[in-house]
Design a protein. Structure first.
Lengths: 290, 541
């Protein structure tokens, strides 16, 4: 029952996001115009035909009805910008973006967790200060600027995703580890002479595992949104570049489909992370009770 | 015969055989977007135009170098019946890429398809000047007559865009008569063209063209990345470079840059003169004043625009037609002279006065308005900033408003909610008939005041008359005289201020042979059948 409720909330949220996106796009300046309007070769009849072809999207009610009926059949419509079915465009571009996001995500988590653990455990102040400064710098730099930097350095886009995710993981996990390491039972374990690594793995990590896993969904969504400037600047034919072009070209079927896709990705990632975190917390509390 | 002599003959024969057997390699360059269509009759965007140019063949082609008509699939042609008919004698023995023979039926089919009102083909619209049907009469496999409802002056130039498609090939428009055929399209990545084994042209030695084995057009939206890939040798040419990137390449590798001089592209500025535009009455009065427009033009330092905004890679523009269009540019016109004092004097005559550094009109309104332009074009943004500075010298406060292109198009074509606009004009066709929708006062693309029911000014009525006259006159001299007069009226009345003509800047790797850059589009691969890519760098150019 709870699962069904959760799924229906997810579905309604998605629908509202997608259709809300369509409404915003419809109200944006420049909606329904085309570069063809400036083509001096076209005569009045062709210009009118081109404008009439876009008229269907002007009426939001009609657009919603036609889009939703298509969606029910697995048809997301045809991109006005690319002149191709939206489903095909998504199929072609999704693997590249997913690959970039996942590679960046893994990099950021491995490096972030490792460095935050080191930073939380060392007694020397210089290293944490350096790591904090580095992470703060990454946090301050907009992802578009990172993309320019990586383009100059010829670094893959996944490193850009990692650079965006890393500071979140680092700061969040460092705070959790620090508070965990300051707990009395951990201090006692250290005082009894247990090794730092053993103390960290067995006593500092398990209590915060649930909170860390909950961050997974957020960082995945963050990584996905970072692909928009990265793919545009690095000229990568992925979902991010597609979203950018769709917004600039006021391509309603494409942009609504992308909103739904990105929304679904974010919601599913968060829901999964929550579920795993919930399970982990349960398991963790059982461990503690033993 | 000595042994050395025998060896020399042997080596010569070997090298000749090797050369004749050598493939031309793969040429790689970039296009900005995926082609929107592979149907040559529907091509509108530049990427689809590239596909059409590389794969298609026309009856008549405009030679990009000489700007003269050259026979392609048509061996010869004659214009009859006062310009209402054109008879083509076609080459025989030509095959489409899939092996189906080319004949006059294909020409008739192409016309039927292109003029189908449901197609809304841009090429078809160019041919359909007015009401009435275009008819074709097939007179055997090698002769076809095309009859138009009314005479079209300079009709040959329209055929440069008309790719002949097969009437009976099962591959439809993918069966081509041009040097290449579509090999592969990986959306978002590249379009690969392979050599057309049935291409009809041969070189002077009788070898079948093209020399190249394939052409790969990578989809690359970012000009900086394109230049980086060029420097790494991943692409062999860049058809259009902006001045900044051109100078960057020049600094490191001057031998690979090409400047073919002024292009057909103009940068222009116009004022909103639409009667119903949502503007205050006093601003409408300024923009409708010829003295105001001419004074504005004289206050702009075009030389600075060329020097600073385009790094010296542009010429001052005198009128609507760039000097690169050798046949149609009015050579008598010179750019409006930069003279802020003369500009102020003209404004004083029109009732404006300069008070404490601010220009005011008769009613005391301070002259301040916005200049709308599209965002994302560095040179244009610089140009807008320079114009802003120039106008400040005569007390005009100009606010630059960059908008994204759809918003800009909406304002200039629908809501007319703008004051002045700075944009670029890309001419792809040399003939003035292609500009009928710009100059006729009733046209939708008449920039400063579109869709007028009747011309609102005497000079616009005169332009209408002259444009119609040139479009129906068959005597090239009369056409030229009429269009020269149009250019003079535009220069005099200044409804559009032409600022600069950009240079045709490009880059070519030393590995590409037989490239001869031109100012028309395409600048580098206009003769694709003759291009070659070698593994060795060409030493002399």
């Amino acid at each position: 029952m709870a699962f069904a409720r959760r799924i229906s909330i997810l579905f309604v949220t998605l629908l509202l996001a997608g259709l809300g996106g369509a409404t915003l796009l419809r109200l944006s300046p420049g909606f329904g115009v085309d570069e063809r309007d400036l083509d001096s070769r076209l005569n009045a009849a062709s210009l009118e035909a081109s404008q009439a072809a876009r008229a269907g999207e002007r009426n939001l009610g009609r657009f919603y009805a036609s889009y939703l009926s298509g969606l029910a059949r697995g048809d997301l419509g045809t991109s006005r910008l690319f002149g191709r079915p939206v489903v095909d465009l998504l199929k072609e571009r999704l693997p590249l973006t997913l690959g970039t996001v996942l590679a960046g995500f893994v990099m950021a988590w491995v490096v972030g967790i490792t460095l935050s653990a080191v930073s939380a455990m060392v007694r020397n102040q210089a290293l944490p200060f350096a790591l904090d400064s580095f992470s703060s710098a990454l946090l301050c730099i907009p992802s578009a600027l990172l993309a320019v930097l990586f383009y100059r350095m010829d670094v893959p886009a996944s490193a850009g995703v990692a650079a965006v995710i890393f500071p979140k993981v680092f700061f969040y996990s460092k705070r959790l580890f620090s508070s965990s390491l300051a707990k009395p039972h951990v201090v006692t374990a250290r005082a009894k002479g247990l090794g730092d690594v053993r103390v960290f793995v067995w006593h500092a990590v398990p209590p915060v595992a649930g909170e860390l896993i909950a961050l997974v969904g957020v960082t995945l969504a963050l990584g996905l949104s970072a692909t928009i400037p990265l793919e545009v600047i690095l000229d990568l034919p992925g979902i991010g570049q597609l979203a950018w072009n769709a917004a600039l070209g006021r391509d309603m079927p494409l942009l609504v489909s992308l909103t739904l896709l990105i929304g679904a990705f974010t919601l599913v990632a968060n829901a999964l992370a929550d579920a795993v975190a919930h399970a982990a917390t349960g398991a963790g509390s059982n461990d503690n009770s033993r | 015969m000595s042994f050395r002599m025998i060896l020399r003959v042997f080596l010569t024969v070997f090298l000749c055989l090797r050369a004749s057997g050598q493939g031309g390699g793969e040429l790689r360059f970039s296009i900005r977007n995926d082609p929107k269509t592979f149907d040559p009759l529907l091509a509108e965007d530049e990427a689809s135009g590239t596909v059409r140019y590389l794969t298609g063949a026309t009856l008549i082609r405009i030679d990009r170098k000489t700007q003269k008509f050259a026979p392609e699939l048509a061996e010869s042609w004659r214009i009859l019946a006062g310009g209402t008919s054109i008879v083509f004698k076609l080459r025989q023995g030509i095959l489409f890429s899939d092996g189906t023979p080319f004949s006059s039926d294909d020409v008739a089919y192409t016309f039927r398809r292109m003029t189908d009102p449901k197609m809304h083909s841009p090429v078809g619209d160019s041919f359909r000047g007015g009401p009435g049907e275009i008819k074709t009469l097939v007179q055997g496999p090698a002769q076809v007559t095309v009859t138009f409802p009314a005479a079209i002056a300079g009709v040959e130039s329209l055929f440069d865009q008309l790719t002949i498609v097969s009437s009976h090939s099962p591959k439809k428009e993918l069966a081509t008569l041009g040097p290449f055929v579509l090999g592969e399209h990986k959306p978002g990545s590249h379009v690969l063209f392979r050599r057309n084994p049935n291409y009809w042209k041969k070189d002077a030695t009788g070898r079948r063209l093209p020399y190249l084995d394939s052409v790969r057009a990578d989809i690359q939206q970012n000009g900086d990345l394109e230049l980086l890939r060029f420097k790494r040798g991943e692409v062999h040419m860049i058809d259009t470079l902006d001045p900044e990137l051109f100078d960057r390449l020049w600094a490191g590798s001057p031998g690979e840059t090409r400047n073919a001089g002024a292009s057909l592209e103009s940068e222009m500025l116009w004022f909103n003169q639409v009667s119903g535009a949502p503007l205050p009455a006093h601003k409408k009065a300024w923009f409708r004043s010829k003295d105001f427009r001419r004074a504005f033009s004289s206050a702009i330092n075009r030389s600075d625009l060329c020097r600073l905004a385009f790094k010296g890679h542009a010429d001052q523009a005198a009128g609507p037609i760039s000097g690169a269009n050798r046949l149609w540019a009015n050579a008598k016109l010179a750019p409006h002279v930069y003279d802020p004092k003369a500009a102020l004097a003209r404004l004083h005559r029109d009732g404006f006065r300069l008070e404490k550094g601010t220009l005011r009109d008769r009613q005391g309104n301070a002259v301040e308005f916005s200049l709308t332009t599209n965002s994302g074009n560095k040179a244009r943004s610089r140009m807008a900033a320079l114009v802003q500075q120039d106008l400040a010298k005569i007390g005009i406060r100009l606010n630059v408003v960059p908008l994204d292109l759809p918003s800009l198009i909406e304002r200039i074509t629908r809501t007319h909610d703008y004051e002045a606009c700075l944009l670029g004009l890309v001419n792809v066709d040399l003939d003035p008939n292609s500009q009928m929708n710009v100059w006729l006062s009733s046209a939708a693309n008449h920039p400063w005041n579109p869709k007028q029911k009747t011309p609102e000014t005497a000079w616009e009525a005169e332009i209408d008359r002259l444009m119609r006259a040139q479009s129906s006159a068959l005597d090239p001299k009369k056409r030229k005289a009429a269009f020269d007069r149009v250019q003079e009226i535009v220069w005099e009345e200044a409804p559009i201020l032409y600022l600069v003509n950009k240079h045709a800047l490009s880059a070519v790797s030393r590995r590409v042979l037989n490239v001869s850059p031109v100012s028309l589009w395409p600048r580098l691969y206009w003769n694709p059948e003759y291009l070659r890519v070698t593994n060795q760098v060409a030493q002399s150019r």
